[in-house]
Design a binder for this molecule. Structure first.
Ligand SMILES: Nc1nc2c(c(=O)[nH]1)N[C@H]1C(S)=C(S)[C@@H](COP(=O)(O)OP(=O)(O)OC[C@H]3O[C@@H](n4cnc5c(=O)[nH]c(N)nc54)[C@H](O)[C@@H]3O)O[C@H]1N2
Ligand SMILES: Nc1nc2c(c(=O)[nH]1)N[C@H]1C(S)=C(S)[C@@H](COP(=O)(O)OP(=O)(O)OC[C@H]3O[C@@H](n4cnc5c(=O)[nH]c(N)nc54)[C@H](O)[C@@H]3O)O[C@H]1N2
Ligand code: SF4
Ligand SMILES: [Mo]
Length: 870
């Protein structure tokens, strides 16, 4: 057995430490790192199943020009030449990079340096624009620097935790477990502010289902109420905060409890309860994410939260802070190097002295002197032909930007598109002239910064496969080929890390808290052995001194913008977000059979009252339409939705589905300060889509021909792939997806059922089951047959084992336990609580990510779940 390697999780901004023990060239055993401060050994369902995603299935392993494999020299020369030619002809602002919080800090640093110091443009933006740029803008306005003034330890020390626009139980599960532990150990209260009742609300004392987009009203209302009760901290305000003239007078108008409750459409009694709890609990952490940031008023929403903390002195103390939690593994590292178009480098903006300072430090020939285009504007500029060469790294904008159909048109139009990715087939890669194979998690080497400023190493535990190369290497090779040999002569990530650390310290003079001077001369061995450490200390503003010129924080006056009432053609409001067991565009989580079955299809969640009006039933297909585009989803009824609101997930792409394309739907409208798109509220309508037949397709080998029908969604299953299909007309064309082999068939004309199995050397190679009126056989049983070695025609028997009931949607990914099994056990064994389910079935006893779901199932039992489990 080889030695365990300590690294950091590939997924979310919690930044859990992982202990990875290779068991073969491409196999690994994954455990939580007991010594890592973020998780102390725990991992959620996604982290736990990382080992299932490190095989080479679907990887891009060679540089490609069009569909042709080429050597690195040829590909790099072409990229360097096309960028240099475009710049020579049309100037530096005619090219752009679009990068990602999934790059390592070292990769990010090199990309930022090349664009801003050498090409001489600031047209480098990142998917973090879609993620936390409103938090960055809010921090800068309030603190004078982009500092998250909290750490996870504050969650352990808080008496009240307020989650605003955060589905923590699904998106930051280990933080959620820490919150639950604090509740158990010290009775910490938990309030969730979210229009949807998510699984995060299962463990909460109070859920405020506010009307989408009314967070400013809520926070202002609370602050006005605190002020009226004399509960603001005047001493703290006088000593450490600059308050604009008339701030309190203005706040006193129109923010009484009743008006606030009316604006937010929540009962005044619930607000009263929340306000009193807030007043009584000075140790408050307000943790927020996309429900706050992804709004056309996101920056104001961030400042409304920070105002509340500043005015009550709940900042810079144990258990008291506004806490913007980040999404991607290295969203924070990107902010630290300055990889947004609106920042320069190392927490410096484009003030002329900063431009001069960074220029001196890099010995840069052509410094960018003004901010570049932010993501949405950048792609608009590409569509308008103003940007003529684009390099996309570690992000999938054809899926994840708002109004994705326009983004695809822009990519189509762009004369030169380079995509660096780890996967061969992505929706964005389909538009690339050149595709470059990047090193993946487990091969990459460098650092990441998590939500609480803790910097950890990502270490490789597998060799680079075939031609794959680290992103920093790819970028520096292009830079050198563009003529900047010595400025990009990096040999290893440690060289880049030292330069980044030196820049944060260079002529800093205490102006910026981000100062990694201690690391400026770190040796290669010390870099290799680096332990997780937090920059900026535990409580950055403990002394009440901020990064503004006068060292005072700012109260920023913010007013609630009117929330547009639903218009006739668009009676619904579309909210979008995430599932527990999938990550973004599924390029990694989609490889795991265990993660795949928590949600097999993209659902549109609808309140039962709306469904009734629209004539929709659970399991129907329905089309969501907005002014930007439309897509089909499977209907799920949920009384956790507010009437009038619907929710769809962001994960499905051309690679996995014909429907479920959430990216086509949101408006490209952005927050005026941050440029972050308002992904969470888009006017929409919903209508039923009728289909004549439905069924599924199971295949052992990856398919060549994708099922081309109205509805076809793919999930990975043990030993193959499962497609759910539905459509109209003759389904015979689906047989084109089946492999060659011995054909077994069973047709039931009365029910319109067609069952076809293909058997190759006694093993099941593919099954197609389609019916017009009849019931479908068990998918789980048939999937199990992929592993059997003596399959015969009986596999299609209309009776027999093929008709066993399915396990239902996977609830516990670790032990593969489905909803139907849990409901049956609750009913038969009279289980009363989550530990009892654990004892009976094992569910919830490993990573714990499903515990909120188990609690929800218990709450709903018996009737609703028994109905839903049919
Ligand atoms: N499983 C999983 N985890 C992930 C990811 C993933 O893809 N999958 N991605 C990671 C990334 S990059 C990110 S950014 C984070 C995102 O983590 P979260 O922000 O927790 O996730 P979302 O589902 O995008 O949205 C959060 C909630 O905001 C609510 N919301 C919508 N509108 C409003 C509003 O007007 N006000 C309020 N108060 N709330 C509102 C939504 O109903 C939703 O429940 O997750 C990270 N973790
Ligand atoms: N409607 C709606 N849209 C949203 C959101 C929403 O809530 N609603 N959320 C937004 C948010 S917060 C985010 S963060 C984005 C995420 O959206 P994206 O960034 O587009 O999603 P990913 O699937 O993470 O894309 C990462 C790509 O990089 C590749 N990759 C992974 N690791 C590496 C690497 O080390 N190097 C290279 N070169 N490539 C790599 C992966 O294979 C994948 O193709 O989506 C945004 N879009
Ligand atoms: S919470 Fe889960 S996904 Fe996030 S870093 Fe930890 S193990 Fe990874
Ligand atoms: Mo994100």
């Amino acid at each position: 057995m080889r030695q365990p390697i300590r690294t950091t999780c590939a997924y979310c901004g919690v930044g859990c430490g992982i202990s990875a023990t290779p068991t073969g060239p491409r196999t690994v055993e994954i455990k939580g790192d007991e010594a890592h401060p973020a998780n102390r050994g725990r991992l959620c369902s996604k982290g736990t199943h990382l080992g299932e995603t490190v095989e080479l299935t679907g990887r891009l392993l060679h540089p490609m020009i069009g569909t042709k494999r080429v050597g690195w020299d040829k590909a790099l020369d072409l990229v360097a030449k096309r960028f240099a030619d475009t710049i020579a002809r049309h100037g530096p602002d005619s090219v752009a990079f679009y990068v990602s919080g999934q790059l390592l800090t070292e990769d990010y640093f090199v990309a930022n340096k090349l664009m801003k110091g050498f090409i001489g443009s600031a047209n480098i933006d990142t998917n973090s624009r879609l993620c936390m740029s409103s938090a960055v803008a809010g921090h800068n306005r309030a603190f004078g620097e982009d500092i998250v003034p909290a750490s996870y330890d504050d969650l352990d020390a808080a008496d009240l935790i307020v989650l605003v626009g955060s589905n923590t139980a699904w998106c930051h599960p280990i933080v959620y477990q820490r919150i639950q532990a604090a509740r158990a150990e010290r009775g910490t209260k938990l309030v969730v502010i979210d229009p949807r009742r998510t699984e995060t609300c299962e463990g909460a004392d109070l859920h405020l289902p506010l009307k989408p987009g009314t967070d400013v009203a809520l926070m202002n209302g609370l602050l006005a109420w605190m002020d009226a009760q004399g509960l603001t901290d005047r001493g703290y305000l006088d000593a450490h905060v600059q308050t604009p003239d008339g701030f309190w007078e203005k706040l006193a108008q129109g923010h009484d409890l009743w008006t606030t409750a009316k604006t937010c459409d929540v009962s005044p009694a619930q607000f009263q309860q929340f306000f009193e709890l807030f007043a009584a609990t000075p140790r408050t952490v307000t943790l927020f994410s996309q429900g706050v940031n992804q709004s056309i008023r996101g920056t104001d929403q961030v400042n409304a939260i920070i105002n509340l903390h500043l005015a009550t002195g709940r900042i810079g103390k144990p258990g008291a802070a506004p806490f913007s939690i980040t999404g991607q593994p290295n969203a924070m590292g990107g902010r630290e190097v300055g990889g947004l178009a609106s920042t320069l480098a190392a927490h410096m903006d484009f003030a002329s002295e900063n431009v001069a300072r960074v220029g001196r430090f890099w010995a840069a020939p052509t410094m960018a002197s003004k901010p570049g285009l932010k993501a949405v504007d950048l792609f608009r500029a590409i569509g308008e032909g103003r940007i003529k060469a684009l390099w996309v790294m570690a992000t999938n904008p054809a899926v994840s930007l708002p109004d994705a159909a326009r983004v695809r048109e822009a990519l189509e139009r762009c004369p030169f598109v380079v995509v660096s990715d780890v996967m061969a087939a992505t929706d964005t890669g389909a538009y690339a002239h050149v595709r470059l194979p990047a090193a993946a998690w487990g091969e990459k080497d460098g650092t990441v910064t998590n939500s609480d400023r803790t910097i950890s190493r990502q270490r490789p535990f597998m060799a680079l496969p075939e031609q794959a190369k680290p992103d920093w290497w790819i970028i520096k090779e292009v830079a050198q080929r563009m003529g900047w040999r010595s400025a990009f002569a990096y040999q290893r990530p440690a060289d880049i890390w030292r330069e980044h650390a030196r820049l944060t310290a260079y002529q800093n003079g205490g102006q910026r808290l981000l100062d990694l001077a201690d690391h400026a001369t770190i040796g290669n061995d010390a870099y290799e052995a680096m332990e997780p450490f937090r920059w900026g200390g535990q409580h950055p503003f403990a002394d009440g001194r901020f990064s503004t010129p006068d060292r005072r924080a700012r109260l920023v006056p913010v007013t609630q913008m009117e929330v547009q009432a639903p218009l006739g053609a668009w009676p619904l409001t579309l909210n979008t977000g995430r599932y527990r067991d999938q990550w973004h565009t599924m390029t990694r989580t989609g490889l795991s059979a265990k993660l795949a079955r928590h949600r097999e299809e993209p659902l549109v969640e609808v309140h039962p009252a709306d469904a009734l009006t629209l004539g929709l039933a659970a399991g129907d297909l329905a089309r969501v339409t907005t002014a930007q585009g439309d897509s089909v989803f499977r209907v799920a009824l949920s009384d956790g939705q507010r009437p009038g609101d619907i929710f769809t997930p962001i994960h499905w792409t051309d690679q996995t589905s014909t429907g479920g394309r959430t990216g086509m739907l949101p408006r490209p409208l952005v927050d005026p300060h941050s440029g972050q798109p308002g992904f969470k509220s888009t006017p929409a309508r919903l209508s039923k889509v009728a289909t004549e037949w439905q069924g599924f397709l199971i295949l052992r080998e990856p398919v060549q021909a994708k099922p081309a029908c109205l509805w076809a969604t793919r999930v990975t299953v043990p030993g193959g792939a499962l497609f759910e299909v539905a459509g109209n007309g003759d389904p015979a064309h689906l047989e084109a997806c089946l492999p060659k082999g011995e054909r077994v068939e069973a047709v039931d004309p009365a029910r319109g059922t067609r069952r076809v199995a293909i058997i190759v050397e006694g093993r099941l190679a593919g099954v197609l089951i389609v019916t017009r009126t009849g019931l479908l056989p068990s998918r789980d049983w048939l999937i199990g047959q992929l592993a059997a070695s003596d399959v015969g025609p009986a596999v299609l028997a209309a009776r027999g084992p093929g008709n066993q009931p399915d396990k239902g949607a996977t609830i516990c990914a670790c032990f593969d336990i489905g909803l139907n099994q849990i409901v049956a056990a609750i009913r038969q064994q009279h289980l009363m609580d989550v530990p009892a389910i654990g004892q009976a079935l094992g569910a919830g006893t490993n990573c714990g990510s499903c515990r909120p779901a188990l609690a929800a199932i218990l709450m709903q039992t018996p009737q609703e779940v028994l109905d839903a489990a049919e």
